[in-house]
Design a protein around this ligand. Structure first.
Ligand code: F1P
Length: 358
């Protein structure tokens, strides 16, 4: 029965589409080269998208956020209403969209073009309008994605965009990124996580047993957009409230919401935030909350009584890749939780594959 859902099949295909993207980086390098050559006085870069594609924009802009160039990442709608005023001739706009048909993203690209900006599209099909109107376009070959809920297209477009940003930052500032060197490992590591499907299914059964009805997801740095995406997967496929915060923001209000119905997903990855995320983890543990820890550090907690559910992310060197991989267990969780709740995750109520009205 579960096998019939597109969403499940598509989560299981994450590694295949990642393999295709990583085998096609020369095309992305060509695009970055062209942008660099034709825009020597590049001033600002806007990244826009909606829903999952907005999360891709946030994750994919990360390498450039650490540069001297001005970066503005926003939902495409916010760009149309506010940020487009800031666009000038030497600016670049990057629009992300799985379908290339989302009205806000198309409108954002058009309005930036009218103000003289160069536009790049990251899409998963050349058939949408976005591919046709953009100055440059990268089409990620993710194969068919039939579920309304984006899964493998999210991982592929996110890797493609982050690689593009890292390549541009190499041309512009001679900066190299460790996550780029590790990209080749991603498909195999994704496959390792896909093999954890049964573990996640058990975790969902526990969540049902605990009466978990609400979720909070916490992450920082490049894991923040990934947790945003995990929260969206839960909301879209099961309609359960799933809020997402930057990790330490939890102490600034959300902490008051702890109750028996809550389950917290906390990402603790080995980076600058590690020590502080670990301290928050200990603090939450004292409050006896249902918790799932997503970590690439097996020894992060002393949990002899096995009170905390742990999902071990393969130990890659770069936090960017560890963060990205974390979405796979979250996709499985969202899927199985939805099925347990009697929902059809392929066709969430009131949702369509893309929005065509403003
Ligand atoms: C954007 C999006 C999807 C979401 C929903 C509505 O689509 O927000 O992420 O799942 O179906 O549209 P796109 O611009 O990436 O095609």
């Amino acid at each position: 029965m579960h096998e019939e859902h597109h969403m499940l099949r598509e989560i299981r295909e994450n590694h295949i589409s990642l393999e295709k993207i990583i085998g096609n980086t020369s095309e992305i390098i060509r695009i970055a080269e062209r942008i660099y050559e034709e825009n020597r006085n590049l001033n600002k870069i806007f990244f826009v998208g909606c829903g999952s594609s907005y999360h891709t924009a946030l994750y994919g802009a990360w390498p450039l956020i650490h540069s001297r160039i001005k970066i503005i990442v926003s939902p495409a709608s916010e760009f149309i209403f506010y940020y487009n005023r800031l666009v000038e001739k030497n600016d670049l706009i990057v629009g992300v969209s799985r379908t290339g048909r989302t009205v806000e993203t198309i409108t954002a690209i058009r309005s930036a073009q009218e103000r003289g900006a160069t536009s790049v599209a990251f899409v998963s099909t050349s058939e949408g309008e976005l591919a046709k109107i953009s100055d440059v376009c990268f089409v990620a070959d993710v194969g068919k994605e039939e579920s309304v809920v984006a899964t493998k297209s999210f991982t592929s477009l996110s890797v493609a965009l982050a690689f593009f940003s890292a390549t541009l930052s190499r041309f512009l500032f001679d900066k190299s990124w460790d996550f780029v060197k590790e990209l080749r490992k991603l498909p195999i590591l994704a496959e390792q996580l896909i093999r954890m499907e049964e573990v996640i299914r058990e975790l969902v059964k526990k969540a049902i047993l605990y009466n978990a009805e609400r979720f909070i997801l916490l992450g920082s740095g490049p894991a923040y957009p990934i947790m945003l995406e995990g929260g969206l997967k839960i909301r879209e496929s099961s309609y359960a409230p799933a809020e997402v915060f930057h990790t330490l923001e939890f102490r600034h209000g959300p902490m008051a919401c702890i109750n028996e119905e809550l389950m917290i997903f906390l990402s603790v990855l080995k980076d600058e935030a590690f020590y502080h995320s670990k301290k928050l983890l200990e603090e939450i543990m004292e409050k006896h909350v249902n918790m799932v820890l997503l970590t690439n550090s097996a020894s992060v907690i002393n949990d002899k009584d096995n009170k905390v559910n742990k999902i071990l992310i393969p130990d890659v060197e770069s936090v960017e890749n560890a963060a990205l991989l974390s979405i796979i267990p979250l996709q499985f969780f969202a899927y199985y939780y939805a099925v347990e709740k009697g929902r059809n995750p392929d066709k969430p109520r009131f949702l369509t594959k893309y929005v065509d009205r403003l």
